[in-house]
Design a protein around this ligand. Structure first.
Ligand SMILES: O=c1ccn([C@@H]2O[C@H](COP(=O)(O)OP(=O)(O)O[C@H]3O[C@H](CO)[C@@H](O)[C@H](O)[C@H]3O)[C@@H](O)[C@H]2O)c(=O)[nH]1
Ligand SMILES: [Mn+2]
Length: 242
């Protein structure tokens, strides 16, 4: 959501193949935190923009903001994480949360991760005039989705999820370009979307390109880099922001 990109042209979908109310709760919390986090990122050009990644590597001294501002947003993030962790530990969300969003009523005793109705909930509707951050800037659309699962039908893993996402997003936002980020990843540069678009908008080659794949890249390289994973030219020169 914090990408350097016009929010009215950006829609974020989270596909929850666990079909869990806890994930929906975490996302609802994140949709509120975003109203503080996005303007903070933009004002101080924060990088990386995953708050978990940012706070794990930043001690808060090198930033342009005041230590007070930094502590304020960090406390807000820590408190949110704690609320989510507590809910996950107890396996249920606090009673009073149910009333905060109609989406919580999708869940009942019968639902399991392998057998449930489709759940699509718009947490932030970018078309809504009131969908703004705490400084009044427009927010991107944010959608939670748990595709229908039934024991007799194979779900086809990531491809099945993306198939359902393409269908649902075509009704809600119908954007010409889709970016997929795996659930165990975060984006390391706020210009990644713009950088990726260069392939599709290239004056000579753009019309021939339908799919762009960044090479598999691992964290925690070993001393001998046995997977030949440094990819220096790609990482540091040709597609540095991807
Ligand atoms: O039932 C599923 C399984 C996976 N996923 C998504 O697909 C991603 C990758 O799937 P996983 O099976 O966990 O594969 P990994 O080994 O973590 O991923 C590597 O291998 C995959 C299959 O080759 C590639 O698609 C990935 O981009 C690559 O990082 C996950 O993060 C999820 O976002 C689903 O949505 N539903
Ligand atoms: Mn993975």
């Amino acid at each position: 959501m914090a990408y350097n990109y016009p929010p009215e042209k950006l829609s974020v979908y989270l596909s929850d193949d666990g079909g869990s109310i806890l994930t929906f709760y975490g996302m609802w919390e994140a949709s509120l935190f975003a109203k503080h986090w996005l303007p903070f990122c933009k004002r101080y050009n924060i990088e990386p923009r995953s708050p978990a990644a940012y706070f794990s590597e930043s001690d808060g001294h090198q930033e342009l903001c005041t230590p007070k501002e930094w502590s304020l947003i960090k406390d807000m993030f820590d408190e949110m994480t704690e609320r989510i962790d507590t809910a996950v530990m107890s396996g249920k969300i606090p009673e009073e949360i149910n009333a905060k969003h109609k989406g919580f009523y999708e869940w009942n005793q019968e639902i399991t991760s392998k057998n449930h109705q489709p759940i699509v909930q718009i947490l932030i509707d970018g078309k809504d005039q009131n969908a703004v951050d705490n400084e009044g800037n427009a927010l991107p659309t944010l959608v939670y989705m748990a595709r229908e699962k039934r024991p007799q039908h194979h779900h086809n893993f990531k491809a099945g999820a993306m198939n359902a996402l393409i269908r649902v997003s075509s009704v809600i936002s119908n954007s010409p370009i889709i970016m997929n980020v795996d659930c165990d990843m975060y984006s390391n540069n706020n210009d990644a979307v713009r950088d990726a678009l260069c392939f599709f908008l290239d004056e000579e080659m753009g019309h021939k390109i339908g799919f762009v794949q960044y090479p598999q890249n691992y964290n925690n390289l070993s001393k001998n880099d046995i997977y030949g994973n440094s990819l220096h030219v790609i990482n540091e020169v040709s597609s540095a922001k991807l």
